[in-house]
Design a protein around this ligand. Structure first.
Ligand SMILES: NC(=O)C1=CN([C@@H]2O[C@H](COP(=O)(O)OP(=O)(O)OC[C@H]3O[C@@H](n4cnc5c(N)ncnc54)[C@H](OP(=O)(O)O)[C@@H]3O)[C@@H](O)[C@H]2O)C=CC1
Ligand SMILES: Nc1nc(=O)c2c([nH]1)NC[C@@H]1CN(c3ccc(C(=O)N[C@@H](CCC(=O)O)C(=O)O)cc3)C=[N+]21
Length: 297
């Protein structure tokens, strides 16, 4: 019984990859090989794992990918110059600069530099603006992946109270936007809480859908969750462990104690993470098609 509560990412990601393959076929027939260029600055071990997953997935699907691994000491000017070069290169359709960047680089300046037509993350202010206006160019990967999971598992959002813990540009804010929108037909009532929220559990206990995106290992305990809530755990935290890797991954939710109360819960790993990658592939095809005036949807 408890197993049915598990909202796994893989079947949903596979469903998306089915669509991705169809769309890729159309592009290839027109002579377009979609290409994603990922820029990684420095040696953050978690970032390396994500970047290699993106590259492997492109290869598996038959898309072109390139990872540019730059030393941590790369200057902001060098990075901006590289982005300018990629913007002008017609053979690369999607550009992703892996975050976080080293502290000497101004993230906002870098994201502004990426050609918004090649912005597969939906991080460029033009695309954030379009999203907020209800006319998105592409959807932000992690929040869009979560919406796909809710649809796949037939979890109603309309009129439901969604509470999001976290207000980052990468997860919390765009998640709030998607869930409140008419355009995506989510139509939820949304509350966003963060580190300055007073009496946070009073809010989280009202959630029909609780999205935890704070980066605090196992922060959300059973007494912060309403009986029958759907819990989406975005957090990915490394916890020291006595295994070959030296760590295990845990989410922002205390999974074992929240599971009995929840109507559904995403695991970590194997929940939201795989969806982020799937939506990134989807977005890469979207931008490649648009840049070549080809209809694939
Ligand atoms: N599965 C996936 O595909 C992805 C997973 N992640 C993971 O999701 C988590 C969040 O990522 P991201 O949004 O980038 O993180 P950020 O650190 O950018 O943002 C965290 C947010 O959580 C809030 N917060 C932190 N501590 C608390 C607290 N004790 N109580 C209430 N709010 C708190 C912060 O508040 P304030 O604004 O006040 O500082 C902030 O808004 C991380 O674990 C990350 O690894 C991220 C992206 C994709
Ligand atoms: N420009 C940019 N775009 C991003 O989309 C972006 C980023 N920067 N910086 C970091 C976050 C984080 N993120 C994840 C992607 C995949 C998994 C993923 O595949 N997770 C696996 C486990 C991975 C592992 O073993 O470590 C899982 O949850 O099952 C996780 C997290 C994308 N991000």
């Amino acid at each position: 019984m408890q197993k049915d509560k598990l909202l796994k990412g893989k079947p949903v990601a596979d469903h998306i990859y089915g669509q991705v393959s169809e769309r890729l076929k159309i592009l290839k027939e027109k002579g377009i090989l979609p290409r994603l260029t990922v820029i990684l600055v420095g040696d953050d071990p978690a970032s390396k794992v994500y970047v290699s997953r993106k590259e492997k997935t492109c290869q598996k699907l038959g898309m072109d990918s390139e990872t540019l691994h730059l030393p941590a000491a790369t200057s902001q000017a060098e990075l901006l110059q590289l982005i300018e070069k990629l913007n002008a290169d017609r053979s690369t359709h999607g550009i992703l600069v892996q975050l976080p960047l080293p502290s000497h680089i101004d993230e906002h300046r870098v994201l502004l530099k990426i050609d918004p037509d090649k912005d597969v993350d939906c991080f460029h202010p033009r695309n954030v603006g379009l999203l907020v206006s209800g006319k998105p160019y592409v959807l932000p990967c992690t929040p869009a992946g979560i919406v796909e999971m809710l649809k796949y598992y037939q979890i109603q959002t309309e009129g439901k109270h969604a509470v999001i813990i976290g207000r980052s540009n990468i997860v919390g804010k765009p998640m709030a936007n998607l869930l409140m929108q008419k355009a995506s037909a989510a139509n939820a009532t949304v509350t966003v809480v963060h580190s300055r929220t007073k009496n946070l559990p009073e809010f989280t206990r009202q959630a029909d859908i609780l999205v935890a995106a704070m980066g605090r290992p196992e922060f959300v305990k059973a007494d912060m969750v309403k009986e029958g809530a759907v819990v989406i755990d975005v957090g990915i935290n490394r916890k020291d462990a006595d295994n070959e890797k030296g760590y295990v991954l845990v989410g922002d939710v205390a999974f074992d104690e929240v599971l009995p109360k929840a109507a559904g819960i995403t695991p970590v790993p194997g929940g939201v993470g795989p969806m982020t990658i799937a939506m990134l592939m989807h977005n890469t095809l979207t931008v490649a098609a648009r840049q070549n005036q080809i209809a694939i949807d």
